[in-house]
Design a protein around this ligand. Structure first.
Ligand SMILES: Nc1ncnc2c1ncn2[C@@H]1O[C@H](COP(=O)(O)OP(=O)(O)OP(=O)(O)O)[C@@H](O)[C@H]1O
Ligand SMILES: [Mg+2]
Ligand SMILES: [Zn+2]
Length: 458
């Protein structure tokens, strides 16, 4: 305990609102995750290092074998949602749905609530952000007023848990975790310790009562409101709802799932009547492609178990002296720098003195290294002012040596390309023959060969 002016002061704790790390001193930058201006004062933990625990009771240990069936699942009947959940909603699970403010989280969950209710689940939707009237207005706009979802506007978690205890729903939606407030925690709603405590209560309630609890979490860039990452480790499933405000596409992405594969995505379109599922995202992402232009390449990608084709666009322009720009939307900036360096060192193509803009069309965000070759081809095509064969899809990972590495699910990628009418694929040399898809396979040993073979002088 510190003494200040003879009065015993409470120990102070500072927490990062992005990653939840705690430290004893304030600083401008979080030591754990490197975020700036995210360290805020927080109430200290009741226990911690140096406070010895009393002796506890002995645990009963069991074997790994179980006679229990896998946890029951309920499908929403919306393929794009069920796939991301790993095949439907699991009872007694805690799910976090994170996303930027205004991206459509409440819309998604109100529609999901209505679907699950229609499929026989008892559903309670608690809003701490809006009035009941506002949610009813949304329900009206979405045509869901007939759905048997029960609604409450509340933020006191004690009342909410008591209500859920007596109502016994199978699914409870809490919108949002940052507005929830527990009277046993001193700090303000939205603080790291409130958000953490509220998520902990809701998660253990879900396990104890066998209900599925979905919590909404706003992504916060800075300030005193804790972000969803603070509770990611507590919940079973973490979904992020992403999208670009300028586009109507929305992507629901599983980043963690204890009951199914992660990395699955669901694709939706935001309309005035709510979110509509997109069953053929490749067709959608390629819909705006016009006449062949330099810098445009179709990438044969995979998201989770599903192949998705999308257009990668590059633009190269002379830079103002001394200030070259590298601008990336939908891909990793560090990875772009690497591709530029490899193009320079291994294929003799320098982008020095040039501004480079890279964009994944449609607001999709790609994380696969398989996009390397498509990005490189787009860059070279833009610089050379030569369009690539518009009937070809491209994929492959580039190594620092300038070699091409084969990627997972090659056949899935090729099949999707064939389905959408493509006739050729530019890809790394295959270790074994791919099943025939009717596509002309342009297998390339390295980056230099791919570049000269498809965009070189003829
Ligand atoms: N009348 C409307 N017509 C079309 N789209 C609408 C309409 N009203 C809202 N939207 C769309 O819904 C989005 C807001 O959805 P929603 O409130 O579900 O988002 P949210 O992520 O819950 O936001 P918040 O951060 O405010 O909780 C808007 O950005 C807009 O795209
Ligand atoms: Mg909302
Ligand atoms: Zn941090």
């Amino acid at each position: 305990m510190a003494h200040i002016g003879g009065i015993m002061a409470r120990e102070q704790v500072f927490s990062c609102t992005v990653c939840g790390a705690t430290q004893s001193k304030w600083s401008g930058r979080c030591d754990a995750c490197g975020s700036w201006n995210t360290i805020v004062e927080d109430s200290p933990l009741a226990t911690g290092p140096g406070k010895a625990l009393k002796r506890g009771a002995a645990l009963t240990l069991t074997d790994l074998a179980t006679a229990e069936a896998p946890p029951p699942r309920t499908e929403a009947g919306v393929a794009e949602l069920d796939r991301v959940l790993g095949g439907g909603l699991v009872a007694a699970s805690a799910i976090l749905v994170g996303g930027d403010p205004g991206i459509g989280k409440s819309t998604l969950l109100l529609q999901a609530a209505a679907r699950f209710a229609r499929n026989g689940l008892k559903v309670v939707y608690v809003t701490g952000e809006e009035s009941a009237g506002q949610v009813q207005m949304r329900a009206q706009r979405l045509g869901l007023t007939e759905s048997p979802v029960k609604l409450a506007a509340a933020t006191a978690l004690r009342d909410i848990l008591s209500t859920l205890e007596s109502e016994q729903p199978q699914l409870a939606i809490i919108d949002s975790i940052q507005t929830m407030w527990l009277d046993t925690v001193e700090s303000a709603p939205g603080s790291v310790s409130q958000v953490r405590a509220a998520a902990h209560e809701l998660t253990s309630f879900a396990k104890r009562r066998g209900i599925a609890v979905v919590m909404v979490g706003h992504v916060t860039k800075e300030g005193a409101i804790a972000g969803p990452r603070v509770v990611e480790h507590m919940v079973d499933t973490v979904l992020y709802f992403e999208g670009d405000r300028g586009h109507q596409f929305r992507i629901l992405r599983a980043v963690k799932n204890r009951f199914g594969p992660a990395d699955e995505i669901g694709v939706f379109e935001m309309t005035g009547k709510g979110l509509i599922e997109v069953k053929n995202p490749s067709a959608l992402f390629l819909a705006d492609r016009g006449a062949p232009v330099p810098g445009s390449v179709v990438f044969g990608g995979i998201e989770g178990t599903r192949p998705i084709l999308c257009e990668i666009q590059a633009l190269v322009a002379p830079a103002a002296p001394g200030q070259t720009r590298r601008s990336v939307v939908g891909w990793d900036g560090g990875r772009l720098a690497m591709i530029l360096a490899v193009l320079d060192a291994r294929a003799g193509l320098s982008f020095a003195g040039l501004d480079v803009y890279l964009n994944v069309a449609g607001g999709l965000r790609i994380t696969e290294p398989a996009a390397d070759l498509a990005v490189a081809m787009a860059l070279v095509s833009a610089q050379a002012q030569r369009p690539l064969d518009p009937q070809a899809v491209v994929f492959g990972e580039i190594s620092l040596s300038g070699g091409l590495r084969s990627v997972t699910q090659t056949e899935n990628r090729l099949k999707e390309a064939q389905k959408l009418g493509f006739t050729a694929a530019i890809l790394p040399t295959l270790a074994k023959r791919a099943a025939s898809t009717g596509l002309a396979l342009k297998e390339m040993p390295d980056l230099a060969a791919a570049v000269t073979g498809h965009l070189g002088e003829t």
